[in-house]
Design a binder for this molecule. Structure first.
Ligand code: GLA
Length: 418
């Protein structure tokens, strides 16, 4: 009952604020209102490469239970995802219960014992993540951390939590709009201070906990989140399991590449690979591009019922290696020609990855497309590995590239450094 009524409250009470937050179109040009930079950042001991794992929201939404988390942890091991690099098993919204008389957050009936669940996930050699909000309630209307930040951080550390997604939600109406009506600059300062507060509370626990900011890209978080110890920050509103949304979010990442690096990453939201009705080409392109973007790779699908072709995409080690490359350089969109986008990612040791994405629909003729190596600063001919076929191929300047609608050519050119 608690779940149903809370979701209802969320929909009715917070919809306006959250949806306006999520449709805000963040860009490098968004006016910035944050004041002085928060104090010195804590040492970056986590997220030296983009976090990899799984999160409950994109498939289970508010229905997730303790069992779903255990099953997912089991599957991460048995499917080979763990071997491919997936580590974090993240519980999103709707685990929260009431606070006890001392203000300590409790779980609700879907999660009988969080410490036992964390122990179980750890016993698999994995790490566990949790979710909260700086506001009084979460997006789904459950208990948030407002006024209990230190206490909650301590509870998370006692449970053995390794990752916190901190979602703005009710902080907008309850604090920002209430305390600073009609003063956007003051509202943004309140928001930054709220994230700074939780970052400090987590740091004070002494436990390494990844801090994931979820405030939909408001006020260019890429400019201030690293300084307060944020390890990743959402750059946009929520992803959805269809190509148009995936492609819109992808396009919004162009220009943000200079803000990503070891310990601090742009987050274009969790993966929808295997969700909804995306074609195999769309799933492949989505995964390829998130890897090119050095994005966190948090799968969000139903792992116990994952189809073999989806598992193959999520565990492609060559593609994952682009994402996890230790240089931590996010790809740039170098040029577009019609509906074909060409992205370039620099890799450690002087290597490079090229992605050629046909964003056109079936009805639009985009072919023949000719790849300009020159525009990428590459002299052809050059040998490259096709990361989806595994074949070696030679790239020549102005070579024709035939791609189905929403499909991708993803190749890696080896570096010269030994
Ligand atoms: C917001 C976030 C989502 C998810 C939900 C949970 O919409 O952006 O990723 O965490 O809240 O309520």
């Amino acid at each position: 009952m608690r779940v149903a009524s809370s979701l209802c409250i969320a929909v009715l009470g917070l919809a306006a604020a959250v949806s306006s937050a999520q449709t805000a179109s963040p860009s490098a040009k968004t006016p910035r209102h944050h004041a002085a930079k928060p104090q010195s950042a804590p040492p970056q001991v986590v997220a030296q490469t983009p976090p990899m794992g799984w999160n409950s929201w994109n498939y289970f939404f508010g229905k997730v239970t303790d069992k779903d988390i255990r099953d997912s942890a089991d599957q991460i091991v048995s499917t080979g995802m763990k071997d491919a690099g997936y580590v974090y098993v993240n519980i999103d919204d709707t685990w929260e219960g009431e606070r006890d008389k001392n203000g300590v957050i409790q779980t609700n009936g879907k999660f009988p014992d969080m410490k036992a669940l964390a122990d179980y996930v750890h016993s698999k050699g994995l790490k566990i993540g949790i979710y909260s909000s700086p506001g009084p309630t979460t997006c789904a209307g459950f208990e948030g951390s407002l006024g209990h930040e230190e206490q909650d951080a301590k509870t998370y550390a006692e449970w053995g939590i390794d990752y916190l997604k901190y979602d703005l939600c009710s902080f907008i109406p309850a604090v920002m709009q209430k305390q600073a009506p009609n003063d956007e600059a003051a509202q943004m300062r309140l928001m930054v201070a709220a994230y700074d507060k939780m970052a400090k509370a987590l740091k004070a626990t002494g436990r390494p906990i990844v801090l994931s900011l979820c405030q939909y890209g408001w006020d260019s978080p890429w400019e201030w989140a690293p300084a307060l110890g944020g390890n990743l920050w959402r750059t946009t509103g929520d992803i959805e399991p269809h190509w148009d949304r995936v492609y819109t979010i992808l396009s919004q990442q162009a220009g943000l590449e200079k803000y990503a690096g070891p310990g601090h990453w742009n987050d274009p939201d969790m993966l929808e690979v295997g969700n909804g009705k995306m074609s195999i080409e769309e799933n492949r392109s989505h995964f390829s591009m998130w890897a090119m973007l050095s994005a966190p790779l948090l799968a969000g699908n139903d792992l116990p019922h994952m189809k073999p072709e989806i598992k193959q995409i999520l565990t492609n080690k060559d593609v994952i290696a682009l994402d996890q490359d230790k240089l931590g350089k996010q790809a740039s969109r170098v040029y577009s020609d019609g509906e074909v986008d060409v992205w370039l990612k620099h890799l450690s040791g002087g290597g490079k990855a090229i992605a050629v994405l046909n964003a056109g629909s079936d009805r639009v003729a985009t072919h023949p497309f000719h790849l300009s190596l020159k525009k990428l600063g590459i002299t052809g001919p050059v040998k490259a590995k096709d990361l989806w076929t595994g074949q070696e191929r030679e790239l020549k300047d102005n070579m024709a590239v035939e791609l189905k609608s929403h499909d991708i050519l993803l190749v890696r050119i080896a570096g010269t450094a030994k």
